[in-house]
Each structure stands twice: as structure tokens, then as C-alpha cells.
Design a protein around this ligand. Structure first.
Ligand code: F6R
Length: 242
């Protein structure tokens, strides 16, 4: 694991964005793995800016998102497909059919999970996977106790994650408790992983991931096994590292 500690969230986003920009400059048809949540938004704004300034082109890039709520159609305002459309895809020159998000409206979710795995393989595998981290150490929706070799599958969200994500839903709005998520094994297959975390609220999870034992109770600790994992964090998120 390479740990990069920067001053604040702006520097974290810029550092992370540069990794993706360099990747795409070196390989125009890169396959990138993407994440949702609050943390990657600033990185996406950086990618949008560089694309609009013609510094990087996504014309040949393919993308695979980590996860999606099971039970929400892509058009649903709280779906991760919708999030990606609004936060990134609509603002860069990526070809929509080259963007992949697990289908939250799959009639047969088990089949859809297997097909998602196959599509990643057919695309040649993921060159660089972007990750955030949950306060409980989850990556994607691989909650504590997830198998460290798991593949894309349906996962039940923990109450902690449901509570953390309730901020995105209106009070009387249906909030799914199930998801489709790439597995930890799927994530570990990526050539490179870049995990971003900012703020004091992530400090315990970062400590467990970096210094704790390799254990299913902290799914992100599986990244200790990855040959090219870059952990980009601000000083607040790094504050509990020894
Ligand atoms: C989202 C995802 C999640 C988030 C994590 C942190 O696609 O996979 O693992 O990265 O919940 O979310 P934020 O960035 O909102 O703190």
C-alpha cells in the first residue's frame, strides 16, 4: 500500500484525478472503475474540467461502477446510474454505451451479477479502480464480514450504511436495503486501486485498513494484499495512523 497524506480534500481530489488522467493519456481505451458517494465528486469535477480544456479525452474509455441499489431503475434520482450521469457522464465525452453500472432493476439479479463480471473480463479487466471507504471499512457495498475473495453479488446493507446514506433520501422516500456490488475479489483483480478518504469521520476506518489485521470485519483491509493500491487521504483522515 502506498499512503499519500495531503493537506485537504481539494488536494486529495486533484491527486486522485491526476492518476486517472495519466492513465488515460497513456492508454486511450482505458477501463476505469468508478465510485459514487460524496468523496469522488471533487475528483469528477477535476476530470470534467480537464476534459473540457481538451487535456484528456474519454472518447475511447470504458467505465464500470462499483455498485448500485437493488430495486432502483437507472432513471431513479437516487440510483447510482443517475448520480454518475449527473456528476460525470453528462459533462465529459464518454460514450454512454461504454459506461456500466450494475442494473438495479434486474429481473434476475444473480444472473445480472454474473453478466457484470463477464463484461469486465470482456473489456480486458479494470486498469484503475476508484474507491471510497465507509466509516465501517466497507468498499463498494462490501460490508463488514464480506468474503475477501467475493465476486459481484447481491449484498444486504448494514444499518450503519443505511443511516449514513439516508442523507441522500427524502424523509418519506423508499431507501433500498439491498445492493449489487462488485466483490472484494473483483476489486482486487484491478491492475491498480486508488482509494480516497477525507475528514475525521474516516480516521478509524483508515487506521483499521492500513494498520489493522487483514480481516473480513474491515473489508478495506483486503487492499493490503493488492500490489498497487494507492491510498490518498487528507490530514484529518490520517489523524489516527501511528
Ligand atoms: C459508493 C461506494 C461506497 C462509498 C463509501 C463512502 O459507490 O462504493 O463504498 O465509497 O460509502 O461514501 P462517501 O464518499 O459518501 O463517504
Amino acid at each position: 500500500m502506498q499512503i499519500v497524506i495531503l493537506k485537504d480534500a481539494t488536494e486529495v481530489a486533484q491527486y486522485g484525478a491526476n492518476i486517472f488522467i495519466e492513465q488515460i493519456k497513456n492508454k486511450a481505451n482505458s477501463v476505469i472503475g468508478l465510485a459514487t458517494g460524496s468523496t469522488p465528486v471533487a475528483l469528477y469535477q477535476e476530470l470534467i474540467k480537464k476534459n473540457q480544456q481538451d487535456e484528456v479525452s474519454f472518447a475511447e474509455v470504458s467505465s464500470f461502477n462499483l455498485d448500485e441499489y437493488l430495486g432502483l431503475k437507472g432513471e431513479h434520482p437516487q440510483s447510482y446510474r443517475h448520480f454518475m450521469t449527473e456528476q460525470l457522464f453528462n459533462h465529459i465525452n464518454i460514450v454512454n454505451s461504454n459506461t456500466h453500472v450494475p442494473p438495479g432493476d434486474a429481473v434476475n439479479p444473480v444472473l445480472a451479477c454474473n453478466e457484470y463480471e463477464e463484461k469486465i473480463v470482456q473489456a480486458g479487466g479494470i486498469d484503475v479502480q476508484l474507491l471510497g471507504i465507509g466509516r465501517n471499512g466497507h468498499i463498494g457495498f462490501n460490508e463488514p464480514s464480506s468474503g475477501l475473495t467475493s465476486r459481484t453479488r447481491v449484498k444486504t446493507l448494514t444499518q450503519a450504511t443505511i443511516d449514513d446514506n439516508a442523507r441522500f433520501f427524502a424523509e418519506d422516500e423508499y431507501q433500498p436495503h439491498l445492493s449489487i456490488t462488485m466483490g472484494i475479489g473483483t476489486i482486487l483483480d484491478s491492475n491498480k486501486v486508488v482509494l480516497l478518504a477525507t475528514g475525521e469521520g474516516k480516521a478509524d476506518a483508515i487506521k483499521d485498513m492500513v494498520e489493522g489485521p487483514l480481516a473480513a470485519i474491515c473489508p478495506a483491509s483486503a487492499l493490503q494484499l493488492h500490489r498497487d493500491a494507492v491510498i490518498v487521504i487528507d490530514e484529518a483522515a490520517a489523524s489516527k495512523l501511528s
